[in-house]
Design a protein around this ligand. Sequence first.
Ligand code: APR
Length: 320
Amino acid sequence: MARKKIALIGAGNIGGTLAHLAAKKELGDIVLFDVVEGVPQGKALDLSQCGPIEGFDAKITGSNDYKDIAGADVIIVTAGVARKPGMSRDDLIGINLKVMKAVGEGIKANAPDAFVICITNPLDAMVWALREFSGLPHEKVVGMAGVLDSARFSHFLAEEFQVSVKDVNTFVLGGHGDTMVPVLKYSTVSGIPVNDLVAMGFSSKEKIDEIVTRTRGGGGEIVALLKTGSAYYAPATSAIAMAEAYLGDQKRILPCAAYLTGQYGVDDLYVGVPVMIGAGGAEKIVEVELDDEAKANLKVSVDAVKELLEACKGIDSSLA
Ligand code: APR
């Protein structure tokens, strides 16, 4: 069987980490693409030289030509810029929307059968625009946010409860950013809901509220520490889990930004929800029962995503 092909659009911090993880796991041969000449080629060569030490045969190449992504099975998109001090949200949307147009057209022309995972921020709007520009079926284009957000939530809970992170399973909904909705009812340690653990004295409601707030601001906390960039190890790890679910037809239920057509009362938007990922891409949206508080929080989050989309449509009239 021919090896799978993984194309990584954007060879920055996340792109480089994605390439390393994909090579170590031998997900397939890897093409790192970037508009900057030399960077994808240099990173590809550096990473290839890990092969003899780590024992992987994955072929890693760098490119500035979209033709090299031809026939990719999975494409992970991190191309764009991160928000810098002094840059308005609309400035960021304006720049990254143009990037999504170029990337979408490159995918449409060269790899229309790929499963595409978008990471570029603002995520929920960029994944929607990327899908529009690429013309791929909605189930083949998803956004990576929830896996990362729930990993952050799980990490903080495992620390608080002093339990193995392996037993913590958390559930987040909504847009990526400070309006995301961690749902306690479906967040458990070995099946025991967080609220029950609080009742048993493992933690307090105040402490859990603090953890929810910290999870919502999880990306910003890292930006404030790094000062010159944003998180990349955990975002890359999260997208690789999604790619593996697709390549292995694993039918994992992962929180992803997926296209909704009425589920959770949302239509024609990409929002974070539990999704079954298998060989068909986003095969099924899992619609769980929410209590009134989670419903209200989800509405705030969805409204924030809608506002971003309106801004996109205002900038690029072909999206309106
Ligand atoms: N096509 C391809 N690559 C591009 C384009 C483009 N049109 N425009 C910019 N890039 C590349 C840059 O040259 C850079 O190498 O995208 C890469 C982005 O890398 P970093 O700046 O290191 O950003 P990174 O930390 O990888 O994050 C990428 O993910 O989490 C989000 O907010 C984050 O939107 C950002 C993205």
